[in-house]
Ligand binder design. Structure first.
Ligand code: URA
Length: 246
């Protein structure tokens, strides 16, 4: 029986080196070799018998790993930082696999973020068509009114993006301190989306936390702690993301 053929960029992404989009760029830039020959054609088919090198480093297939992390505030959602600030990977020093965060949370936002070395899985969850529901809790300056909340649910244009919430609920408010705690659920994942939405209606966000990612919660974790996802959770996430097609 012949070996299974797969697209080169997919194999690179699955090995955990980088995302599929970055793998495509590396191929186009002539940084990938198959059996000692530079390959620049996207979609070139390879099998497990082929010797693949990315930027001169042989590709080794890592077992996929998946983590759920409670990111504290003041940490960058990235693998490294030019300015030497704390990054999420600083909390995974014992993990051998080349993991990276799936999407991002702002430096000042705390909460649930996933990390993996599975580029295909990360691409699936980050794709705008497959955005899983995310639940945030924001502390706002000022107390949003019913009309403000309607506006957030209807959608507001900010810098050319239509930013829209699925659900918004004021959980509590303090008239004296002129602040509110608001739950907001998004099906989108635009950059700084929650902060931009509240800024647009003149209630700047003081504090922000992502409490849920689909069915996943921070239950049992403190800031800075993580746990591995179970194989069933990974399957469920994949199924949920595949089901959503916008
Ligand atoms: N929305 C934001 O404004 N910031 C985040 O980190 C996530 C969602």
């Amino acid at each position: 029986m012949s070996k299974k053929e797969e697209r080169l960029q997919k194999v690179i992404a699955q090995s955990g080196v980088t995302s599929r989009r970055k793998a495509e760029l590396l191929i186009e830039e002539g940084k990938v070799k198959v059996n000692d020959k530079v390959v620049t054609t996207l979609g070139t088919k390879v099998t497990s018998d082929d010797k693949i090198e990315v930027e001169g480093v042989p590709l080794e297939k890592e077992q996929p790993v998946y983590f759920l992390f409670y990111k504290p505030r003041g940490v960058i959602s990235s693998v490294k930082d030019d300015k030497n600030r704390k990054v999420v990977l600083d909390y995974f020093l014992e993990v051998q696999e080349r993991i990276f965060p799936i999407g991002r949370l702002d430096y000042d936002t705390s909460g649930l973020i996933l990390l993996t070395n599975d580029g295909e899985f990360a691409n699936l969850l980050m794709h705008p068509k497959h955005q899983i529901e995310k639940t945030y809790v924001a502390k706002t300056k000022g107390i949003p009114t019913r009309d403000d909340i309607k506006l957030l649910k209807k959608g507001i244009k900010v810098d050319g993006d239509l930013l829209k919430a699925e659900h918004v609920k004021v959980l509590s408010s303090d008239n004296k301190k002129n602040m509110a705690i608001v739950q907001i659920i998004l099906h989108q994942g635009k950059n700084r989306q929650v902060r931009r939405m509240f800024e647009a209606i003149n209630y700047p966000v003081d504090k922000l936390k992502r409490e849920q990612y689909g069915f996943l919660t921070l239950h049992g974790l403190n800031p800075g702690e993580s746990r591995e996802l179970t194989p069933h959770e990974v399957k469920q996430l994949r199924a949920e993301a595949t089901k959503i097609v916008k």
